[in-house]
Design a protein around this ligand. Sequence first.
Ligand SMILES: [Fe+2]
Ligand SMILES: [Fe+2]
Length: 191
Amino acid sequence: MLCLQTSSNPQWVEVAIDHPTEILLDHALCEKKAAAFALAMITRYPRHTRLVRDMIDLAKEELDHLQMVVEELDKRGLTLEHDAGNPYAQALHSHIRQGEPLRMLDSLIVGAFIEARSCERFSLLAEHAREDEMRDMYRSLLASEAGHYRAYTDIAREYFPHEQVRKRIEEFGQFEAAIVKGLGNTPTVHG
Ligand SMILES: [Fe+2]
Ligand SMILES: [Fe+2]
């Protein structure tokens, strides 16, 4: 799917559908961080108007998703939790080069991969979650998250040569596949 070079371990699906509460709690934090990341990109690159416009749209959609998941938590008598961090995203971020403009390119590609992997995991939950509402909710998110993957890669191609973007997506595909193979199949969106 999309840029991903490896599929999720089928064992993750088994763990995830056995722990819907944990998945929802982590999912809410993912949406919050996705919105925050888009705003951080605007803070870092304020003069890149295409990026600013697309990140505003993306942040709004992520906040809509956050609202939807918070409603779902509230229905179950649950609240948001403090964020203990996301080891998958942290591992991806560790591959971002520090000097500009490479930091910008790598940050956009990390955004793209997190969206792509989220989309893959949501499609698994849309198919396999035990509750109808969970399957419906994850199905409703697929097009939006796939659109976010495209937004990040389109922005990268707006500001960087296409061949440079293609090559870096390929390299990040290898980093990401290695990270995913090392995950412990825990009940989190990227676990
Ligand atoms: Fe989202
Ligand atoms: Fe997203």
